[in-house]
Design a protein around this ligand. Structure first.
Ligand code: UDP
Ligand code: MG
Length: 138
C-alpha cells in the first residue's frame, strides 16, 4: 500500500553538506518527494515535535541540537513508506547502525544521527500535518 511519511534531514546533515547525498539515496530507494521545505525550528516547535520524549534525559540536548541550524523537512511517498524508511535509516545510534544504512553512513552518534523518520501511521499523519498543509502536498 502506498503510504506517506515525514523525514527530516537534521542540522548535522545540512552543516556537513550531505543533503544531496541523502536525498539521492532516498530517491534510489524509490521514494517520491511530495513536498519539501527548509525550516529553522524554533525551540517551541522542536519541543512540541519531540514532546513524546519530554521526560527523557536526552530531551533538552535534543531540542538544542534540532534548533542549532536549519533542517529540510520532506513528505515522502512509497510502498510501505513508513516501515521502509525506518529500515533504510538504520538504528537510532549512528555508531551502531548497520552498514549501508543512512544513519551509519551520514550520522555521528546517538544524537547526531542525520535523519528523522516517522515511526507509525498515526505519527506520520501527525508529523506531516505539523509541517505541511494538504495544499502543499503533490
Ligand atoms: N536521541 C538521543 N539520545 C538517545 C535517544 C535518542 O539524543 O538516547 C535523539 C536522536 O536524535 C533520536 C531522537 O532523539 O533520533 C528521537 O529518539 P527516538 O528514540 O524516537 O529515535 P528515532 O525514532 O529517531 O530512531
Ligand atoms: Mg522516534
Amino acid at each position: 500500500m502506498k503510504q506517506r511519511t515525514l523525514t527530516i534531514l537534521k542540522p548535522d546533515t545540512v552543516t556537513r553538506h550531505n543533503c544531496g547525498a541523502v536525498i539521492a539515496r532516498l530517491e534510489q530507494e524509490g521514494f517520491e518527494i511530495r513536498a519539501a521545505r527548509m525550516v529553522w525550528l524554533s525551540k517551541e516547535q522542536a519541543e512540541v515535535f519531540y514532546a513524546v520524549h519530554k521526560d527523557k534525559p536526552f530531551y533538552r540536548p535534543l531540542v538544542e541540537f534540532m534548533t542549532s541550524g536549519p533542517v529540510w523537512v520532506l513528505a515522502l511517498e512509497r510502498e510501505d513508506a513508513i516501515e521502509y524508511l525506518r529500515k533504510v535509516m538504520g538504528a537510532t545510534d549512528s555508531a551502531k547502525a548497520a552498514p549501508g544504512t543512512i544513519r551509519q553512513q551520514f550520522g555521528t552518534n546517538i544524537e547526531r544521527n542525520a535523519i528523522h523518520g516517522s515511526d507509525s501511521p498515526d505519527n506520520a499523519r501527525t508529523e506531516l500535518a505539523f509541517f505541511f498543509s494538504t495544499s502543499d502536498l503533490a
